[in-house]
Write a protein that binds this ligand. Sequence first.
Ligand SMILES: *[C@@H]1O[C@H](CO)[C@@H](O)[C@H](O)[C@H]1NC(C)=O
Ligand SMILES: *[C@@H]1O[C@H](CO)[C@@H](O)[C@H](O)[C@H]1NC(C)=O
Ligand SMILES: *[C@@H]1O[C@H](CO)[C@@H](O)[C@H](O)[C@H]1NC(C)=O
Length: 477
Amino acid sequence: MLGGVILMWMMLGWVPMAESAIGVNWGTVSFHKLKPSTVVDLLKDNKIPKVKLFEADPDVLKALMGSGIQVMVGIPNEMLALLSSSPVSADLWVRHNVSAYMGKGGADIRYVAVGNEPFLTSYNGQYQNMVMPAIQNLQQSLVKANLASYIKLVVPCNADAYESSLPSQGAFRPELTQIMTQLVQFLNSNGAPFMVNIYPFLSLYDNGDFPQDYAFFEGTTHPVTDGNNVYSNAFDGNYDTLVAALGKLGYGQMPIVIGEIGWPSDGAIGANITAAKVFNQGLITHVLSNKGTPLRPDAPPMDIYIFSLLDEGAKSTLPGSFERHWGIFSFDGQAKYPLNLGLGNKELKNAKNVEYLPSRWCVASPSTDSQNVANHMRIACSVADCTTLNYGGSCNGIGEKGNISYAFNSYYQLQMQDSRSCNFDGLGMITFRDPSVGDCRFLVGVTDKGSDSSGSQILCQWWVIAAFLIIQMIFSL
Ligand SMILES: *[C@@H]1O[C@H](CO)[C@@H](O)[C@H](O)[C@H]1NC(C)=O
Ligand SMILES: *[C@@H]1O[C@H](CO)[C@@H](O)[C@H](O)[C@H]1NC(C)=O
Ligand SMILES: *[C@@H]1O[C@H](CO)[C@@H](O)[C@H](O)[C@H]1NC(C)=O
């Protein structure tokens, strides 16, 4: 019956309108990593169909095998020099990091992201000329591996690759015109989308004049009027600037995927739980409404990958203290706020079976006087994460003693609760009472040490024995 209906549609030339797929970025720059299998279960419980990775971590790819989740594997910028200059290295990369995981019961790798924002202005062109040669080499490697029709190469571009005050006037940065022309020709000939990362939060954070409500999707008192088109949110404006830039190169219809988009929840003014929830929910509702944008009505982005799945407490804070707080889940897989991803669950579901360290914390002992402690605190916070203490952060108001305790605890958890790491020349002490105050959470670390493989080995042996016994039973009947 259904087959007949579909056949009829096909005969009438009717193609069902594609809805945007929602995926997530899974970065692993964390001091307290969850077991990859725990994260894959988290993805499955939340019905998340697509995941984007920043590298080819073997444990992560193994955990994704057989999950049915579509995977984008990333290649870090640092590898571009090698891959652009050596076809053999590209072959090896594909064999080692893609082919090895594919096949029946394997990982469903659909995309390889070549570099990560390689055209960022702050790189001063360092990676610019490596991108196309790396792509050519990798494409040849995919062809040789018989994967070129299944796996598409893409380049996640930063939004500063193009510019304009009005969306309809959008154009790529002049020095990128040639590379972008080659890139979109390549993408087009392979049926691959253009991938871009869009961050209204950064526009707001970097620019005091940026109208706050324009960053969100709730309507604005500062719309951007562009001819007959009126833009009420930064996302649509930015997206159409890219559409116009692609149009200038003759590819105004090229499909667009949003490689990263999201809002941080801590560590800076404007980065908080409420704003993150309002932005992410507004974005998902907006995209899934299929309204599209003024330059692409009824055609929303092909896919959007939320940045990010989990907080990554070991990331560089160079962009700002918020950088460690982009997750819709905290580092340990707990939902920060209710969010409907439009994938079937009304709210996010937390990670299950998280293996925490014991419930204990390191705090400043009552006698600690703040004179001697500054150096300890500085060292603790230079290795562990103290970003929530900063102005605008969730722990900013906990007082001087609170600050010290927070720093001590972060360090102690980072050292996997090694009791020596709570000494601080006698200024620290271990407590079994949770020192968290209000929204300020004193973390307990997690461990990924209970290895997945030994677990499945035990399971396997158990099953072998059980199966053996059952067979014996059947034959003895
Ligand atoms: C596979 O990817 C990893 C991580 O991205 C990288 O370190 C490694 O060198 C790659 N393997 C090959 C053979 O290129
Ligand atoms: C959260 O951030 C938004 C903007 O990003 C801001 O308007 C709001 O005041 C912040 N809320 C708190 C409680 O800081
Ligand atoms: C706690 O530390 C933060 C970050 O360094 C600082 O902004 C704040 O003023 C400190 N609080 C006290 C009471 O010293």
